[in-house]
Design a protein around this ligand. Structure first.
Ligand SMILES: [Zn+2]
Length: 290
């Protein structure tokens, strides 16, 4: 690892944080695929299901986001699995960026087996797909929002419900967009950040559909990745929004997103007034700083 290597940890919170229970003493099971080694699984079937699912998500999510599959890694990613119906679903993936390379994968996942297979794994593997593709840090709200967007529908509805609660209560960590895009570290209370990032990504995917595949030949997911790429290459959100979504500024994106959140939720929370009051700030040109 060179001196300028950066060590990244993706803590991914879906329901509950930091409640990793120790596996009961006794035998644990491993299972290897081309790119993953499942370790510490409580039984052979779970190890195999997690390994096969991880490999499948790696392939399917690469196709979804990048339009191509990734080559096999030179070293497999160990995945520690903790299964328990009383464990909050979540995970943490670590890796190292160093001189344009990414390596030293390591993943911890936990939750009920169902949530691990349908939400935690696709979430974590989306991070891995992006890290493998970009080999440098990605704007965090985009990384987390995109990862959340491939979770199970139940988890996605949770984010949606939480977002409305946060917006109505004017939660201080539901940020104006010009602050949100500059966030590099996880907030102390990360759920508003996750819920907001998820919702904005959902909105951008919807907008990607409207811009149309026929115009550029790109799906909404591919368009989002290209949007990320433009932002990361230019360090400037405005031309990236204009090029990929025909939106002229972060301020416009925020205003449209607030209206969309209100429009798509048939609950008292759809009243957009608190949200507008919360996030309509003054906007200038917003630049993402590497
Ligand atoms: Zn995550």
């Amino acid at each position: 690892m060179g001196k300028d290597a950066q060590f990244f940890v993706r803590f991914c919170f879906i329901v509950t944080l930091f409640v990793f229970a120790r596996i009961a003493e006794g035998q644990t099971f491993t299972y290897e695929t081309d790119n993953f080694i499942i370790v510490d699984a409580p039984d052979a079937l779970t190890a195999k299901q997690c390994g096969d699912a991880a490999e499948k998500y790696r392939r399917d999510l690469s196709l979804l986001w990048l339009g191509k599959t990734l080559p096999d890694w030179s070293a497999k990613c160990p995945v520690k699995v903790r299964v328990g119906s009383n464990l909050g679903a979540g995970g943490a993936t670590t890796f190292v960026f160093d001189k344009g390379e990414v390596y030293d994968w390591d993943m911890d996942i936990q939750g009920s087996k169902e949530r691990i297979l349908d939400s935690v794994l696709p979430h974590e593997i989306t991070h891995i797909v992006f890290a493998t593709h970009f080999r440098r840090p990605i704007p965090r709200w985009l990384d987390e929002g995109a990862a959340a967007s491939v979770e199970n529908i139940t988890e996605k509805k949770n984010y949606q419900r939480l977002l409305l609660t946060f917006l109505q209560s004017r939660h201080p960590q539901c940020l104006p967009f010009n602050q949100l895009v500059a966030v590099k570290e996880y907030p102390d209370d990360p759920m508003p950040f996750y819920a907001q990032g998820f919702s904005i990504v959902e909105y951008l995917l919807t907008q990607g559909e409207q811009v149309g595949i026929e115009q550029t030949g790109h799906t909404p997911h591919r368009r989002l990745v290209q949007f990320m790429e433009t932002v990361m290459n230019t360090g400037d959100w405005q031309p990236a929004l204009q090029e990929h979504y025909h939106i002229d500024s972060l301020g416009t994106l925020q205003t449209r997103w607030v209206a969309w959140v209100g429009h798509t939720n048939n609950t008292p929370a759809q009243e957009p007034v608190p949200a507008v009051a919360l996030v309509n700030s003054e906007y200038g040109k917003s630049v993402y700083e590497q």
